[in-house]
Write a protein that binds this ligand. Structure first.
Ligand code: ADP
Ligand code: MG
Length: 255
């Protein structure tokens, strides 16, 4: 609340005029702006530092790969494999981090979201089988949209991975597409344990994670991808699971 007080005269009598203004919305906006600014800064740093770190890593990886196969190092083969795997993990974190950069160029072409989902389905299915989980798809024929295919693949994989990570063996994950008004919607529905209300606000903040081995980059990358592909993300969650809705604006259809 913003409180102000003033003495005024009414019928020759001194009175206090007190006003109370509800500034909740203003405060909320202020928080939002601050977090946007942080995101922007992180994005710029990501673009600047990412490349510089990657180049030396490529050299190190190259030598490790070469020595791994040398006879004199044969007993250390497992260690070499581990070092290469760790470098690859670091590299994939940098890749995710880089895609936070705000001015990342996008390659928007007319694509059908169903075809993209079908393309990566074998990968998702394999992941599900590994985790003893079930994947179901429910694709409704939808119009083509202006999309960056690579980015949409990353978005779907990030959401699906989060779904798997929230579930236990035997549970089911559903990938759906449908039309809602003139919006094409992609939904990823899991039977996980849901997201606690106190966490909901923090989702999408880079590096926010509740997982021991999480990077906390998956969702913030998704928010960036959604923005660049003219989509918005909504979350519905409860004790029986979480559904993430990605709603695409129908710009292509208006042409
Ligand atoms: P990470 O997966 O590395 O933790 P993300 O940005 O992908 O990072 O997710 C951030 C956090 O959001 C997760 O740690 C988890 O707490 C929560 N979360 C995201 N998706 C789900 C989901 N489908 N079910 C439950 N929690 C989720
Ligand atoms: Mg994740």
């Amino acid at each position: 609340m913003l409180l102000s007080c003033e003495i005024i005269e009414l019928n020759n009598e001194k009175c206090r005029l007190i006003t109370l203004n509800d500034i909740t919305d203003y405060k909320k906006m202020e928080d939002k702006m601050a977090s946007l600014e942080r995101l922007n800064l992180i994005g710029q740093m990501a673009a600047g530092i990412g490349h510089e770190i990657r180049n030396p890593m490529t050299t190190v990886r190259g030598f490790l790969q070469m020595y791994r196969n040398k006879d004199s190092f044969i007993k250390y083969k497992e260690t070499f494999n581990l070092m290469i795997d760790e470098l690859d993990r670091a590299n994939s974190i940098i890749t995710e981090f880089l895609s936070l950069a705000k001015n990342k160029p996008v390659n928007l072409t007319l694509k059908n979201i169903n075809r993209i989902v079908q393309k990566i389905l074998p990968l998702i299915q394999a992941d599900a089988t590994n985790n003893e989980m079930v994947v179901e798809v429910e694709l409704t024929e939808v119009i083509d949209l202006l999309l960056d295919e690579e980015e949409i693949i990353q978005l779907v994989l990030n959401l699906v991975r989060n779904g798997f990570e929230a579930m236990t063996a035997g549970k089911r994950l559903k990938i759906k597409t449908f039309l809602d008004g003139n919006q094409v919607v992609l939904a990823v529905e899991d039977q996980g344990s849901g997201i606690k209300p106190e966490i909901l606000d923090k989702l999408g903040t880079p590096f926010f994670t509740t997982k021991e081995n999480g990077t906390g980059l998956g969702l913030s990358v998704c928010y960036g991808i959604a923005e660049r592909n003219n989509a918005t993300i909504n979350i519905e969650t409860g004790p029986s699971g979480t559904t993430i809705f990605v709603r695409f604006d129908d710009f292509a259809g208006m042409l």
